[in-house]
Design a protein around this ligand. Structure first.
Ligand code: ATP
Ligand code: MG
Length: 326
């Protein structure tokens, strides 16, 4: 079993590999890594061309995981994702053809272009970590991580994910545009050096998929969450339900997602206990997509993240949360 320090070294190396090729915010990459460490799924809400495909490929490469990309379209059927049984005349039998979902890192591009039937086939598999193909159950690999993208501008011809399905994603993140002009110049300069749009082939893997699974186990087994932190998360969750702008607040599943992420993020930071700052930092990413505002606020596009931040700042922050504190 590895320890927290070794884990931190490995996780730092992954972030370093990502930042060698992807220009962006280290904090965002750490959040992504934390979600991956909880073996859960990420929804990216971003405009085209911001480096989503690049980042997910780099992530798969640097963790030694297999990678597949599915571009969702309205004519796609559940079997196109999950797989099917096909008659093999030369064998005289039906053989199972596994679909593209059987991968460790799955980039599900424009998930809202698929019909609800196909979306729910994917989301069900994500929830259960297994796939049923004509009555036969097949476990999905470990780790199994779906990074789905939605384009915030194009609504025509899309099927927005229902709230119940959004709840399946641990966090919703946005890469956003590069913050400074220097960053943008860096992207261009690196392209000249590498002579390719896809530098993921240059990535040095930091261990293999089994090593990543070991890190996931370390989060489950070694990162301490104090009762005070559990109460802090619970108070935030419950107050989202009472906020005057909120129609539907955060579910217990949402609270659980924040706890898991907090533990994973602690490990990314090289700690074996969760702090209130971990919770604060991740609350809006975890809760915004699980919160439905009242119609009048939703129509005015009132930012859900602001509501969550407001709730967070209204809750008393615990001070004793270390192992063995009273
Ligand atoms: N932050 C960034 N860092 C490094 N390269 C970037 C960044 N943003 C964009 N690029 C470069 O821009 C190109 C487009 O990126 P990519 O295909 O990953 O975007 P995308 O977000 O997946 O777009 P789409 O939504 O159309 O699929 C790539 O060549 C990528 O290397
Ligand atoms: Mg892309």
């Amino acid at each position: 079993m590895i320890d927290t320090q070794l884990a931190k070294t490995r996780l730092d190396s992954i972030v370093e590999q990502l930042l060698t090729y992807f220009v962006g915010d280290a904090l965002l990459l750490k959040k992504m890594l934390a979600a991956a460490l909880t073996n859960s799924h990420i929804l990216f809400e971003d405009y085209p061309g911001l480096g989503k495909t690049l980042l997910v490929k780099l992530f798969a490469k640097s963790t030694g995981c297999t990678f597949t990309r599915i571009q969702f379209t309205p004519d796609m059927l559940p079997a196109d994702i999950l797989g099917t049984r096909v008659w093999q005349p030369n064998l005289g039998s039906f053989e199972t053809m596994r679909g593209p979902i059987f991968t460790q890192v799955l980039l599900a591009d424009e998930i809202n272009r698929a019909t609800p039937r196909t979306q729910s086939a994917l989301l069900e598999a994500m929830q259960e970590n297994q796939v049923t193909i004509e009555g036969e159950t097949h476990p999905l690999p470990r780790p199994f991580l779906v990074l789905a993208t939605q384009n915030p501008i194009e609504l025509e011809g899309t099927y927005p994910l229902p709230e119940a399905q959004l709840d399946r994603f641990a966090v919703q993140l946005s890469l956003g545009y590069p913050t400074t002009a220097e960053e943008e110049v860096t992207i261009l300069k690196r392209r000249i050096t590498w002579k390719t749009d896809d530098p993921s082939e240059f990535v040095q893997p930091v261990g293999d998929a089994a090593d990543f699974v070991e890190l996931q186990a370390l989060v489950e087994n070694s990162v301490y969450v104090d009762q005070a932190i559990l109460e802090y998360i619970t108070e935030i969750v419950r107050r989202t339900r009472d906020h005057p702008r909120v129609e539907v607040g955060v579910s217990p599943r949402g609270g659980m997602a924040l706890m898991k992420l907090g533990r994973a993020f602690a490990l990314v930071e090289g700690r074996d206990f969760v702090t209130p700052d971990d919770v604060k930092l991740l609350a809006a990413d975890t809760f915004a997509h699980r919160t439905i505002l009242r119609l009048e606020d939703a129509l005015e596009d009132y930012p859900v993240r602001d509501v969550i931040e407001e709730v967070v700042s209204s809750v008393t922050v615990p001070t004793d949360y270390r192992r063995g504190s009273p």
